[in-house]
Design a protein around this ligand. Structure first.
Ligand SMILES: *Cc1c(COP(=O)(O)O)cnc(C)c1O
Length: 423
């Protein structure tokens, strides 16, 4: 498409956008009496207007029924996680049996590592991206130590080449090949949080399996953002949070995926709790753990209903909009964002910006800009002018145009503000 850097052009795109009404389903933060230009849906998605009612329903059942809400509430709490399974599975391209909503992201990864990182003396290494999200670095480091290995030796990081910012897919594949006898687990994010690079999950999984390793993914920035086909791609395990692109509120409940081939594998070691126990016997209070089939058998604790209530309405919005439509609009928004940034750079010599997010298809709803000089001053200027973006040390501004609630007009206005920056 040939873009134009004008308000009428942006408004025309919005008018023809089949998803335009979804913006009304969210609260847009207001700064100085004006709707903010909100580009941090990759960090904390906006609040769905339906969240409050969903919460009120559960609070009323709790108020009126007390413990009876577990079986006699509108949405009986005993089964609450199941109300989310199907819609969550559609977001990540999984079967319901492979999907469960539970806990938090890093906790889920630890529990999945218990089952899927099973190092031996010969095969104990973990291959991951360099510069992973800190929680993932700590996760992997502590897991390796827990099994008695030295992180210096057991963790192999794939790094960008000199003067490059993102990873070459071929370098990931080569690293797996080069360590084919010693690698137990290949663990990557789906979308790199810092650069916005989309990794080729299918190919990475295939390569990991070809050397006899397990393939696991952290989908924090991928769930609700890119097309995922975890079942078809044969991924072993994955987890994601619900508060970024999935708009379910700060610290809300997370998701986990375990491939169907492990659904009835009761030999896999796991850390168990009563909520993963066979449902019919859950309240019999008997010894001897019998897991529910599938991902549900990795649950430990009873469902955090208040956070699940928000996640439930949020997933329903995704179902209504449809992932394919969202992905299509996300690509267009992102392309328009790149266009206005490039226009602003061309028209303002004070902007020393470099886009480090790789080109399509290795990108989704995110553009990361390296601010070579004046980075913090530029970021503060944007904030003062009603732009909510995201500063990441040491010198990157991340922006995520989200197809559910961002408009082309948002992006046009952002471009005008960017262009008016004076160092
Ligand atoms: C946001 C994010 C997390 C956060 O983990 P929590 O356990 O939800 O706090 C972890 N990993 C990645 C890659 C993330 O982007």
């Amino acid at each position: 498409m040939n873009f134009e850097n004008s308000l009428t052009f942006a408004q025309e795109l919005d008018k023809n956008d089949p998803l335009k009404t979804f913006r009304n389903e969210f609260f847009i933060p207001v700064i100085n009496g004006k709707e903010a230009l909100y580009f941090t849906g990759n960090s904390l998605g906006l609040q769905p207007k339906a969240a409050e009612n969903a919460l009120r329903t559960e609070l009323e059942d709790w108020r009126n029924l007390g413990v009876e809400g577990h079986f006699h509430g509108k949405n009986p709490w005993f089964h609450y996680h199941k109300f989310l399974t199907e819609n969550a599975s559609l977001i990540v391209g999984a079967k319901p049996i492979e999907t469960v909503v539970m806990n938090q992201l890093t906790s889920n990864l630890h529990f999945l590592f218990v089952s899927f990182y099973r190092p031996t003396k010969e095969r104990y290494k973990i291959i991951m991206e360099a510069g992973a999200f800190p929680s993932d670095m700590y996760l992997v480091e502590s897991q390796v130590r827990f099994h008695g290995f030295n992180p210096e030796d057991a963790i192999i990081e794939v790094k960008p080449r000199t003067n490059e910012h993102s990873l070459r897919h071929e370098d990931i594949i080569k690293t797996i090949e080069d360590n084919k006898d010693s690698t137990a687990l290949v663990f990557f994010s789906g979308v790199q949080y810092y650069t916005g690079q989309v990794f080729n999950i299918e190919e990475i999984t295939k390569k990991a399996h070809s050397i006899g390793a397990i393939a696991g993914f952290d989908l924090a920035h991928a769930a609700g953002n890119i097309e995922l086909k975890l079942h078809d791609w044969d991924v072993d395990f994955a987890a994601w949070c619900s508060y970024k692109y999935l708009n379910s509120g700060p610290g809300s409940v997370a998701g986990a995926f375990v491939h169907e081939r492990f659904a009835n594998d009761t030999e896999l070691p796991r850390f168990a709790g009563w909520w993963g126990h066979n449902e019919d016997e859950r309240f019999k209070m008997l010894k001897g753990y019998k897991p529910e089939p599938g991902a549900a058998g990795w649950q430990l604790s009873n469902a955090p209903v208040l956070s699940m209530a928000v996640h439930k309405v949020s997933l329903e919005i995704f179902q209504k909009a449809g992932m394919p439509h969202l992905i299509k609009k996300g690509k267009e928004l992102n392309a328009y964002l790149e266009f206005v940034i490039e226009k602003a750079i061309a028209g303002n010599s004070d902007l020393k910006l470099e886009i480090i997010t790789p080109k399509a298809p290795e990108r989704a709803c995110q553009i990361s800009m390296l601010t070579n000089e004046n980075g913090k001053a530029l970021f503060d200027f944007l904030t003062l002018n009603g732009v909510i973006a995201d500063w990441r040390n040491p010198n990157v501004i991340r922006m995520a145009p989200v197809p559910l609630y961002n408009s082309f007009e948002d992006i046009y206005h952002f471009g005008q503000i960017l262009q008016s920056f004076k160092a």
